[in-house]
Design a protein around this ligand. Structure first.
Ligand code: IPD
Length: 277
């Protein structure tokens, strides 16, 4: 049977590369910074321009597909994951990094069918690393197969996390209690690249054992989630059980032992779901 989704994936890789060129070019200019939900939730004209490029180019080729894009949702479009083929786009994952020229910035494109991610493309544009995964066909970086770390001892692990873009004091308390618990296990270290997508690619690459966060959105993690699982890793909710793409919570780890150990230390909380009416 013909591989019907391959041309969509090829298009995603090509347009992510083009988007990366725009991002690199924009770093040479002054960046106009605007805010969204709060003073530290940033957006630039480049986020909007890149999202338009990805959506318009994909719509021309695949007019029946649906789209969930970070900036379109910020502009009032709905964020409902249906069974239809759906592109889930973060035009710049790591906008704060982009604003400050901190060198980890990704274009993230996930593609779902029947609410399952079928392929994921994360282009780390300043490192020029193209991470790709196709359901059942493995995960790659610039064409080289990826494999998660084999470490099963949490005390020998590096864990990635982020502080997110909310400064709600109650949420910050939970975040710092979790961080303290995990650091004091102890683990070898805690890191954060400033982009959920790249943190997940680091798990897939075997550089860090796990990444967790409460506060992410579906566009931050759709592509990365498949890259992790196709590299042999696991995905979980922060309270254990299945990860739910719309729940704004994730644990992505190299194996179940590490994931479950981290879950025990996370002081969880609930946020409004991405698909809340
Ligand atoms: C953000 C980044 C950041 C994470 C936030 C995300 P954005 O995405 O992935 O690392 O902590 O939760 O919202 O806003 O730069 O696309």
């Amino acid at each position: 049977m013909a591989d019907v989704w391959q041309s969509a994936m090829d298009h995603a890789v090509a347009v992510a590369r083009k988007a990366g060129e725009i991002v690199r070019g924009a770093l040479k200019d002054e960046r106009t910074v605007m805010t969204k939900s709060c003073a530290v939730d940033l957006v630039t004209q480049t986020d909007q321009k890149v999202e338009q490029l990805i959506i318009q180019s994909a719509k021309e080729k695949f007019p029946t597909h649906r789209f969930i894009g970070e900036e379109s949702v910020a502009a009032g479009e709905s964020c409902i994951l249906s069974d239809d083929p759906t592109w889930i786009i973060d035009p710049i994952d790591g906008t704060t990094n982009f604003v400050h020229a901190f060198p980890f910035v990704a274009v993230s494109i996930g593609f779902s069918i029947n609410k399952q991610v079928e392929f994921g493309v994360v282009y780390s544009c300043l490192e020029d690393k193209m991470f790709t995964a196709r359901r059942g066909k493995g995960a790659f970086c610039n064409g080289e197969a990826l494999q998660v770390s084999e470490q099963a001892d949490i005390h020998q692990a590096i864990v990635a996390t982020e502080f997110g873009s909310s400064r709600d004091p109650a949420a910050m308390d939970h975040i710092f209690r979790s961080l303290r618990n995990i650091l004091c296990l102890p683990v070898h270290g805690v890191r954060g690249a400033g982009t959920a997508a790249i943190n997940m690619c680091l798990v897939a690459s075997g550089c860090v054992e796990a990444y967790y966060e409460i506060g992410i959105h579906v566009w931050d993690v759709a592509a990365g989630s498949l890259i992790v699982s196709e590299a042999g890793g696991v995905l979980m909710d922060v309270e254990g059980g299945d990860m739910d793409l719309m729940s704004r919570r994730i644990v992505a780890a190299n194996n179940t032992t590490i994931a479950e150990r981290i879950v025990k230390e996370i002081v969880s909380f609930t946020l409004q779901r991405d698909d809340a009416p």
